[in-house]
Design a protein around this ligand. Sequence first.
Ligand SMILES: *Cc1c(COP(=O)(O)O)cnc(C)c1O
Length: 226
Amino acid sequence: MTQLEYKLHIDSIIERVEKARLGVGMNGHHIVKIVAVSKYSTSEEIKALYEIGQRAFGENKVQDLAKKAEELDELPLEWHFIGNLQKNKINQLIKINPFLFQSLDSLDLALELDKRLEAHGSKMEALLQINSAYEETKSGVMPEAAIDTYNEIASTCKNIHLKGVMSIGAHTDDKDIVKKSFETTHDIYTKLDGATICSMGMSGDFELAISCGSNMVRIGSLMFNK
Ligand SMILES: *Cc1c(COP(=O)(O)O)cnc(C)c1O
């Protein structure tokens, strides 16, 4: 793809997001942010997308995030961490100081993270990941426990600033089941005090996610044309 073709490709994704968000109604006030998931991509590819105008990027491994954030240190990028955080990687993530940690998936992890943040004199903004599709292979708190867990973290972990929820749609071709998982997450989101981010939707299902109320989509393979 030439640079022009790539720009047109990105424009077509933005247009799809626009169409989906205008379909939500609210007189066009439902704003959706695109996070480009760069986990399959190199720093050069991230830079090419930045030059088209993309600022927010997401990685799912702390080592990869550390490497790319360092390689691209000159650029004013906004980094999102979207993967499973092992406790032995917490300090490394704190040092990177991501814009948003989207995949906080248990009270236990929150307590440990909060303790390390306190020791570093740092704060972190985070989303609670919800396993709305009830899939064993996925991380996240179960929908029934989500509101209590969210409130517990908000009240006990002073160094973590919870901003909302994240989830991955059900892993199936059955749109009704995917939709149901998004609705479950959005329903929880609306019941949380002060939450402003509902992150759901990926390359294959972002329009459906937006129609269910998502205001942050994480698009990887499609954004990088992989
Ligand atoms: C990889 C990943 C994405 C992006 O997936 P695509 O299907 O490539 O768009 C979004 N969210 C999470 C948590 C991921 O791990």
